[in-house]
Write a protein that binds this ligand. Structure first.
Ligand SMILES: Nc1ncnc2c1ncn2[C@@H]1O[C@H](COP(=O)(O)OP(=O)(O)OP(=O)(O)O)[C@@H](O)[C@H]1O
Length: 395
């Protein structure tokens, strides 16, 4: 069942109607009709770019993105405030309206899924989104709350408290594995990267748990660049760290067994090491998932400013180094075409053209499929507005 247009969307439509025919900074709806989805081929219609465009490798259109029933993961990331959540939510709505049970997950500590859908999706559990054709659920991973709970749980009852808490977050197996190692003291202080570890444990759940098996599309609304890069490199880091711990454990084990043999005590089994090996294998699985071109795609979202595009270039380069598949670059909030700009808009447009030119001259970005989304005159909120944005972005 689809929601009827909200009063908010009604305002968008009436604004569009009232501005039609005006030559000054026309509102977005009219412009969408005149200049719908803008990709590299039609890019020159909006802004004149001097450089020669290098053709992007063939990138799946939405029909292909929706074609397979095999599960697919999409991660949307970029600089803070560029529109990651709006783009991620619009993709989730589009998949759900095309028959895919979809899950949209926010790993950004400053969640805005609830704001974007204009529904309360808080609580850190799966919450259904109302107003779409197929099941669409949202999950806001709440690292701040988790960290607090982590601290108080560990203070209250040591390892057991931590274990209970981790169980409740679906991190039971991890807790068990760590518990075996008697790392309770370490767990008292939330380690750096806990937010990312929580997000990764969720990815493991998606891979392994029956509860999530219905979802054929999983969209990640990721945190700003630095956080996301840590998230993507964490499985590698953990893999390496676990390797080191295992080596250290073996050394300690041989030292302890020497002491124990002196005092005539029995030698302990290798249970903990086995579990660590298991954890390592699971990390490898997550790492492989992030790099699997068949099932995963990272979409960079940016805006036409020099700062945002420079950051996107660095992000693209880091993703390539991590071998994470990236094919598309969404340039959001591009000034729509106008017959006659006001002074402010003319300046802004010039600035945006300069920034947009950078994309086609940037070795890290020039091979990506560029999708432009216009700057609209009101906030994009609620399912109908997201559906509207989705129809522009995902074609
Ligand atoms: N094309 C657009 N035109 C107008 N407003 C937009 C557009 N895209 C996004 N916005 C607005 O910009 C604001 C920020 O968008 P959004 O929350 O999607 O960005 P974000 O990158 O996820 O931000 P954060 O990094 O803070 O999570 C929101 O108010 C959203 O409605």
């Amino acid at each position: 069942m689809l929601l009827s247009p909200t009063p908010h969307l009604g305002r968008l439509f009436s604004l569009a109607a009232s501005h039609r025919g005006s030559s000054m900074c026309p509102p977005f709806l009219a412009l969408y009709r005149r200049q719908p989805c803008v990709d590299k081929r039609s890019f020159g219609v909006v802004v004149q770019v001097r450089s020669v465009a290098i053709p992007a490798e063939s990138v799946a259109d939405f029909e292909e993105m929706a074609a397979s029933t095999k599960r697919k993961y999409y991660m949307l990331g970029g600089k803070g405030g560029v529109g990651k959540t709006s783009c991620a939510a619009s993709l989730a709505v589009k998949f759900a309206n095309n028959g895919h049970p979809t899950l949209v997950v926010s790993t950004d500590p400053a969640h805005s899924l609830s704001d974007s859908f204009a529904q309360d999706l808080t609580g850190g559990t799966l919450v259904p989104v109302i107003g779409v054709d197929s099941p669409l659920f949202a999950l806001e991973i709440n690292p701040e709350k988790s960290r607090e709970e982590f601290r108080s749980a560990s203070k209250k009852s040591g390892v057991t408290g931590v274990k209970d808490f981790m169980d409740s977050m679906g991190l039971g197996l991890l807790a068990e594995q760590l518990g075996e190692l008697k790392l309770g003291e370490l767990l008292d202080t939330p380690p750096p990267g806990l937010d990312e570890a929580i997000a990764i444990s969720k990815v493991m759940q998606f891979l392994e748990s029956e509860d999530y098996s219905i979802f054929t599309r999983i969209i990640f609304d990721t945190a700003p660049t630095g956080h996301t890069l840590r998230l993507l490199s964490l499985p590698d880091f953990l893999d390496a760290s676990i390797g080191k711990i295992l080596k250290l454990k073996k050394k300690i084990a041989s030292a302890t067994s020497a002491i124990k043999s002196v005092f005539g005590q029995e030698e302990q089994g290798e249970g903990a090491s086995d579990k660590l090996e298991q954890l390592r294998e699971r990390m490898v699985k997550v790492r492989e998932l992030f790099r699997d071109t068949e099932s995963t795609e990272f979409v960079i979202v940016t805006i036409p400013t020099v700062m945002a595009i420079s950051e996107s270039s660095r992000l693209s380069s880091s993703l390539k180094k991590e071998s994470v598949p990236v094919k598309r670059l969404i340039v959001n909030q591009v000034l729509p075409p106008s017959a006659s700009d006001c002074k402010f808009c003319a300046m802004k447009r010039k600035d945006q053209i300069r920034a947009l030119e950078m994309i086609y001259n940037d070795p890290e970005l020039m091979g990506l499929k560029v999708i432009q989304a216009p700057l609209v005159d009101v906030e994009i909120r609620g399912v109908p507005a997201l559906r509207f944005l989705g129809d522009i972005l995902w074609k």
